[in-house]
Every structure is written in structure tokens, then in C-alpha cells.
Design a binder for this molecule. Structure first.
Ligand SMILES: [Ca+2]
Ligand SMILES: [Ca+2]
Length: 277
């Protein structure tokens, strides 16, 4: 009856051995079938084992590959973040330097403005209010002992220059400023004046000096007189060339002194305005 059990488990083997169902199997045949079953089982087991090991190896390989990719991406991300951090720090440092420069500039400007305000407040001039002077300082007018003045780089005729200066409260073409050695030194050092009367350049500015009313009777816009220490007529001037030269200009500068020329009033030159303090 045991042979029936073997038959149930190894039906294919019986068929290969040409054993008919229900026939009693001899012991040696049963043993052979058992061995074959064991072999088949071992083969199946080996196949399953190989498959399992192969699967595990594949899973592990994928895992490590995935881990490697993750590590590379993590490293790349870290490097990118470090680069961004360095760039942000550089930009922050540059911004800080720029802000410091602006702050220093504003601070210096405020100190200068405060000094100007204190000076104007303490001045004994007849100007009714120092607010106008403060505004002129803010507009770039330069300071001197008795006036504030400005060099205008706009080439216009004498009448226009007069009008533009008069548009400022108390304004006129420069006269008093030209008697201040510091002003003369400043306008020469800044290149406001042509170094030579032989050129045709326009930096030979109009000043408050003319003989329009009476030929040969030169008058200054402030009613003052020429200061020979700072100002003089250039050689052979004024010659009233053509009988129509009635307006004064600074023709050139030599050894820190201004030399003047008379010229047609409809010529175009830069000009210098002044306002009493
Ligand atoms: Ca003249
Ligand atoms: Ca002349």
C-alpha cells in the first residue's frame, strides 16, 4: 500500500518507468523513484536558491546604486548650496561696502552743510535770510568770505548771463568774488579759466564789468573797484575793437592773476554769478 503513496507524489516518474496505476511497485523500483524525487526536489531547491540569491543580489545592487546616486546628488546639492552661500556672502560684503561709502559720503556732506549753516548764521552780511544761501550751497554754489558764487558752463551772451544771475535773489555777474585771492586761486585751479587768450575757447567767462552806458567808463556790478592784486586788463585791452566792445570777460590767467578783455556783448561765453552773504 506504500507504493500508492509514492504514486501520488511521483506520478510522472511512474509514468516514465511504465508503472501502471494500482500495480504494486517492487521495493527497488520504489527506492529509485524516491531518489529521483529527491533529486528533482534538490534541483528545484537549487533553482529556487539561485533565483533567490540572484534576486537578493539584484536588489542589493539596485539599493547600492540608488544609494550612490543619492550620495552624488546630495554632494552636488551641498556644493551648490556652498557656492550660493559664498556668492551671497560676497554680495553682502560688497553691499556693505557700498552702503558704508554712501553713509560716509552723506556724513561728510552733512558735516559740510552744517558748517556752512553755522558760517552763514554767524555772518554779518545784510542778507535777510540764510535759507536762500543754504539752498544755493545745495545747488553747488561755492563759498567765499563775502559771497557765494558759481561757474556756469553754459555759453550765452552777456545780457542773458546778467539775467540768469539776477534770477537768484541778490544775484549778479561776479565782481566782489574776483577781489578774493582764494576765489581767484580756486577758479584757476579748477580750470574754469582758459590758460591762453589766443584760443577761441568759451571758458573765458563773463563777469560783472561793462562800459555799456558810457564808452570807457567801466563799472562793476557791485559798484566796487578793480583790485589790482587779483585782476588787471590784459595787454592793450580794453581796445574797444570795432567800436563795439562793451562787455568784460576773464580772458586768461597768469601767475595766479586774472587778465580781462573787452568784447562784443553778443558773443557767447560761460559766466560766473555771485550772491552776497
Ligand atoms: Ca567799449
Ligand atoms: Ca578787446
Amino acid at each position: 500500500m506504500q507504493s500508492v503513496g509514492y504514486k501520488d507524489q511521483c506520478d510522472q516518474v511512474y509514468m516514465n518507468e511504465s508503472v501502471k496505476p494500482g500495480v504494486l511497485i517492487p521495493d527497488n523500483k520504489a527506492e529509485d523513484a524516491t531518489v529521483k524525487c529527491v533529486k528533482i526536489a534538490m534541483v528545484i531547491f537549487c533553482v529556487l536558491l539561485v533565483a533567490t540569491v540572484g534576486g537578493l543580489a539584484t536588489i542589493l545592487a539596485l539599493h547600492f546604486e540608488s544609494q550612490g546616486t543619492w550620495n552624488r546628488e546630495t554632494l552636488k546639492f551641498r556644493e551648490d548650496m556652498e557656492q550660493m552661500t559664498r556668492e551671497a556672502q560676497t554680495e553682502r560684503d560688497q553691499t556693505a561696502l557700498t552702503l558704508k561709502s554712501i553713509n560716509d559720503s552723506i556724513g561728510a556732506r552733512l558735516l559740510e552743510l552744517n558748517a556752512n549753516i553755522l558760517e552763514i548764521e554767524s555772518s554779518q552780511g545784510n542778507h535777510s535770510t540764510y535759507i536762500d544761501l543754504i539752498l544755493l550751497k545745495l545747488l553747488g554754489w561755492e563759498n567765499s568770505e563775502h559771497v557765494v558764487y558759481k561757474y556756469f558752463r553754459q555759453a550765452v551772451n552777456f545780457g542773458t548771463a546778467q539775467s540768469r544771475c539776477a534770477a537768484y535773489s541778490g544775484g549778479r555777474l561776479a565782481a566782489k568774488a574776483l577781489r578774493d585771492p582764494l576765489v581767484v586761486s580756486n577758479i584757476i585751479s579748477k580750470g574754469y579759466i582758459s590758460p591762453s587768450h589766443s584760443t577761441s575757447s568759451i571758458n573765458k567767462p563773463w563777469i560783472g564789468f561793462n562800459d555799456v552806458s558810457t564808452e570807457g567808463a567801466w563799472i562793476w556790478s557791485d559798484g566796487g573797484a578793480m583790485d589790482s592784486e587779483t585782476t588787471a586788463w590784459s595787454s592793450i585791452q580794453p581796445e574797444n575793437y570795432g567800436g563795439i566792445e562793451d562787455c568784460g570777460q576773464i580772458w586768461h590767467a597768469v601767475d595766479g592773476k586774472l587778465y580781462l578783455n573787452d568784447i562784443r556783448c553778443d558773443s557767447s561765453y560761460y559766466y560766473i554769478c555771485e550772491v552776497d552773504k
